[in-house]
Write a protein that binds this ligand. Sequence first.
Ligand SMILES: NC(=O)c1ccc[n+]([C@@H]2O[C@H](COP(=O)([O-])OP(=O)(O)OC[C@H]3O[C@@H](n4cnc5c(N)ncnc54)[C@H](OP(=O)(O)O)[C@@H]3O)[C@@H](O)[C@H]2O)c1
Length: 284
Amino acid sequence: MTRTVLVTGARGKTGREVAARLRRSGVLVRAGSSQPAGTTTAGTAQVRFDWHDPATWREAVAGVDAIYLMRPDLPAAPELVAGAVEANPDAQVVLLSEQGAETLSPDHWVRRVEDAVVTRAASWTLLRPSWFHQVLTDPRFYRDAIRDDRVLSLPSGGAPIAWVDARDIADVAVAVLRAPEDHHGRAYTITGPEPVPVASVARELSARLGHRVRAEDPAPEDTLHGLDPWTADLLDDLYRRVRHGGFGELSPAVKQITGREPTSMGEFIGAHLDRWRANPMPAP
Ligand SMILES: NC(=O)c1ccc[n+]([C@@H]2O[C@H](COP(=O)([O-])OP(=O)(O)OC[C@H]3O[C@@H](n4cnc5c(N)ncnc54)[C@H](OP(=O)(O)O)[C@@H]3O)[C@@H](O)[C@H]2O)c1
């Protein structure tokens, strides 16, 4: 029987790749978004899924066989995720978490979100990726500073990061969604093939773009001005873990689960150079 899978964050970096792969493999996809376009394309039903509106996620999870679940970066995420899982506890849940979750204390927000799934879903798998390559091309993160100011500024303290491609995460997620019984109860750290410091990323960008991209390593507290206290704490904790090497260890999961090597930072940069080239001046 054809499986139906709800993909949350279906317009996001991993969600859109997961939805596209599932669609191609014949799975019925509910593509969840807080702002769905409202159209239905072959194999994909766009559904409203807004963490701020419980009625939408109760309806979105009803009757699906599996959920690709992206936690909201909100203080109430553990309770919200628990509610979504309880609304369909028989569904397989594949949760997008983050590298190093297992090293955090049980009352840490990241762990509480994982526990909300582990203690409620009949079948679950945790994905714990390192930092995505795609933060470099995302306008919400580093794209504009690289393109317009020629700078990559990240308070990493020089520690390497095991950057991973969102498409490799999606390949792992789809393999797990297609074989729940093989992956139930497992947690997979997902990384790229090499730990790369921010300064080396900037050097690679410089070499490929043909102009210098500076690496900056500000103090974490200098990057948190103007943020609400919860987000500032979240980022401070994240940067502290980066600086202590918490996102630098390699995992063999991509190769083991997909059968092929993960994408390297060099390959990613080489394939996305147009994203960091300044727009041509409009014609007068
Ligand atoms: N970026 C990284 O390097 C990284 C590394 C490890 C883990 N993670 C985790 O991965 C997840 C995704 O991270 P990201 O920052 O890269 O974002 P992203 O997947 O590119 O985009 C975030 C998604 O959240 C959805 N969203 C926003 N507001 C929503 C709401 N009110 N209700 C439902 N969905 C909403 C957005 O979809 P709509 O606008 O369509 O609703 C969007 O698809 C986060 O939990 C993050 O902590 C990220």
